[in-house]
Design a protein around this ligand. Structure first.
Ligand code: SF4
Ligand code: MG
Length: 465
């Protein structure tokens, strides 16, 4: 998911819609905005589909006046599988004795099912199936006298990944979980301030990128001032390395590094680790593009657009059901036949999850007359599900959980298949000496099976690490 908020600018909801549009790659199922205006109070709009189709018309935007707003773009992850109901669309809103508050959450809480049970037993009435709704109910049960203290109370009880943006009548609030699994950044826009999942959404509104919210940090912005506090016990940060590989936009800056540059560097590492003689290096667009550029630069094999993407389809992966996803590959990608015929082709993609994408692309490339097909993957084999906000399927659906690299090569049906090593990935992401195995610098659980936060709800359901 993606979160965005702004305070201290006229028409905050319009800025928020623009920010959400820049974060659309983080969630395409639905979006919502809550805005506050002293005359009309809190107003909200929640819609299915793209930001540009919903939060551009006057009918919607005129209902969201005020100089303070937050927004959320959603894609459903573990916990709320399948179709999203409109009541699952964030931001969530609650009325407390000291006034209203809205929250937008990116990440996945790993103890939400247990908390929900406990809260329902004690009288909470849940409105949605979302893990994030727990936060509002925990806030309602807090005895603190102001909302930011109640948010702290609530977030001290949840486990897992959370980058949260919240608002009251006068405050914009941002919090990152102690490990900082999901990103969250602070920007300055005119006299006001913005919080965003990624820096690319600051660029779109002309905001200046000030800094990241640090893991375990809370910022409260009011009357133009930013106040920082540390509500949690200190912990070593474990940012999601898959944000660098796939999830974030390449024009964003994460942990002081350009996402594009990290991805290009992954391609360089891949060319060193897994060279092969070929005529062309082609990305699987768009997610494999920067790594393919790096592979081509390092190997000297020409870069070419062997697969053309239809610009009007969303990310296949983010479509929630299997049948839509299966069609999606063909609706979205087509082979550039004239270029491919008779060529030995290196295809670079970001990841192999179920393997269905790779297999279909291989079919299309062979059908177009390629002489050889070599897959190079910009992440290690995805052998474990993510419980922190990326929608990987159950373990038994992950190709790498069931097969060795050679079996995967054979199943996909290509001449060679190589994944970047975990150390190579860490080097590309800026860790000069690779992964510190005693105390890893990133979360890489989907590749290593080492979960930095025990997924309590999953373990209760029989998941074995
Ligand atoms: Fe990111 Fe993978 Fe960790 Fe999930 S398990 S937070 S996708 S690195
Ligand atoms: Mg892809």
């Amino acid at each position: 998911c993606g979160v965005f908020g702004v305070i201290g600018v006229a028409d905050a909801a319009n800025f928020t819609a623009l920010g959400m549009h820049a974060l659309q790659h983080r969630g395409q199922e639905a979006g919502g905005i809550v805005a506050y205006d002293p005359e009309t109070g809190f107003n909200s709009a929640r819609r299915f589909g793209y930001v540009r189709d919903n939060f551009t018309s006057r009918d919607v935007m005129d209902t969201l006046p005020g100089s303070l707003a937050i927004g959320h773009v959603r894609y459903s992850t573990a916990g709320s599988k399948g179709a999203t109901a409109i009541r699952d669309v964030q931001p969530f809103f609650g009325e407390f004795s000291m006034g209203g508050a809205a929250i937008a959450h990116n990440g996945n809480l790993t103890n939400a099912a247990a908390l929900r049970r406990e809260l329902i037993e004690r009288g909470s009435i849940f409105q949605s199936s979302s893990d994030s709704e727990c936060i509002i109910h925990l806030m309602a049960r807090s005895i603190q006298k102001n909302i930011s203290e109640r948010i702290k109370d609530a977030l001290r009880r949840v486990e897992g990944a959370f980058s949260v943006i919240a608002m009251t009548r006068t405050k914009l609030i941002g919090v990152r979980d102690p490990l900082g699994v999901r990103p969250l950044v602070l920007g300055k826009v005119g006299e006001g301030w913005a919080l965003s999942s990624e820096t690319c959404a600051l660029d779109i509104i002309g905001a200046e990128f000030i800094r990241e919210i640090e893991p375990g940090e809370m910022v409260v912005i009011e009357h133009g001032e930013v106040q920082s506090s540390r509500p949690f016990a200190p912990a070593k940060s474990r940012f999601c390395i898959f944000e660098h590989v796939y999830f974030s936009r390449p024009d964003s800056i994460l942990g002081g590094r350009s996402v594009y540059e990290t991805r290009r560097q992954i391609g360089v590492e891949l060319a060193i680790e897994a060279p092969v003689d070929a005529d062309l290096v082609c990305p699987v667009p768009d997610s494999g593009t920067p790594a393919a550029i790096g592979y081509s630069q390092q190997s000297g094999i020409p870069y070419a657009m062997g697969i053309i993407r239809n610009q009007y389809m969303g990310r296949t992966f983010i479509e929630p059901t299997e049948s839509i996803r299966n069609m999606g590959v063909r609706l979205k990608l087509n082979v550039n036949r004239a270029l491919i015929k008779g060529k030995r082709v290196i295809l670079v993609d970001d990841s192999v999850v179920r393997g269905t994408t790779s297999r279909k692309i291989k079919d299309m490339i062979i059908d177009a007359g390629a002489a050889e097909v070599h897959f190079r993957i910009a992440s290690p084999p995805t052998a474990w599900p993510c419980f922190y906000g990326v929608d990987t399927p159950d373990r038994d659906k992950l190709l790498a959980a069931r097969m060795s690299e050679e079996e995967m090569r054979e199943w996909i049906g290509v001449d060679s298949l190589k994944f970047i090593s975990l150390d190579g990935l860490y080097r590309a992401a800026g860790a000069a000496n690779g992964r510190d195995n005693a105390s890893p610098q990133y979360c890489d659980a989907c590749f290593s099976g080492e979960y930095p936060v025990a997924p309590a709800d999953q373990i209760e359901n029989g998941f074995r690490m």
